[in-house]
Design a protein around this ligand. Structure first.
Ligand SMILES: O=P(O)(O)OC[C@H]1O[C@H](OP(=O)(O)OP(=O)(O)O)[C@H](O)[C@@H]1O
Ligand SMILES: Nc1ncnc2[nH]cnc12
Length: 177
């Protein structure tokens, strides 16, 4: 693992206790995003991990923090960036998946014409908690006849067991709490 990325995450991601509800330790990435060297280290490490997954046809980013990481990664890898959005935001025909979060429920959507059958994609997000977000995203990809070759997150919250829900699809996390 990239030491500069690990240092950036452990030094710049801020724990906020009992937010957005009691019992949750929220991992706030905003201090890292405002540190250009730290942000660059994390993006480089994530792009390196994505290159290790072999040929990729697209990077999918999950709204909203997955956009912040996924779009610059797609640019670095020179592949399309495809947004997976919260309900009601995408203008053309969509498919949808509803899922549970650590603190609520949500629905994600993707444009029906975003993915070609057979496409190989990586899904990018900032945090893996319960795995609901990435599981729902994978189901959207598979409904399109495409394949998630890997999930890629900056931070894994190990105690919530999300990794197990994603098996056998590989998950790379730059840092696990
Ligand atoms: O593994 P899970 O339990 O699904 O949780 C992880 C998801 O929760 C957060 O997003 P959130 O839905 O809070 O939206 P945001 O990125 O717009 O803040 C985070 O950015 C991940 O997408
Ligand atoms: N504890 C947490 N911190 C940041 N983002 C999250 N998404 C789900 N759980 C989270």
């Amino acid at each position: 693992m990239n030491d500069a990325a690990t240092r950036a995450i452990t030094g710049l991601v801020r724990p906020i206790e009992d937010w957005p509800e009691p019992g949750v330790t929220f991992r706030d990435i905003t201090p890292l995003l405002s540190d250009p060297a730290g942000f660059d280290a994390v993006l480089s490490a994530m792009a390196d991990a994505a290159r290790g997954l072999g040929q990729l046809d697209a990077v999918l980013g999950v709204e909203s923090r997955g956009f912040v990481l996924g779009a610059p990664m797609a640019r670095e890898l020179a592949v399309p960036f495809l947004p997976v959005r919260k309900e009601g935001k995408l203008p053309a025909e969509t498919r949808a998946a509803t899922y549970d979060l650590e603190y609520g429920t949500a629905t994600l959507e993707i444009h029906v014409d975003a993915l070609a059958p057979g496409a190989r994609v990586v899904v990018v997000d900032d945090v893996l908690a319960t795995g609901g977000t990435l599981t729902a995203t994978q189901s959207l990809v598979e409904e399109a006849g495409a394949t998630v070759v890997g999930h890629l997150v900056m931070i894994e919250i190990g105690a919530l067991g999300g990794r197990g829900r994603l098996e056998p699809t590989p998950l790379t996390a730059l840092h696990t709490y």
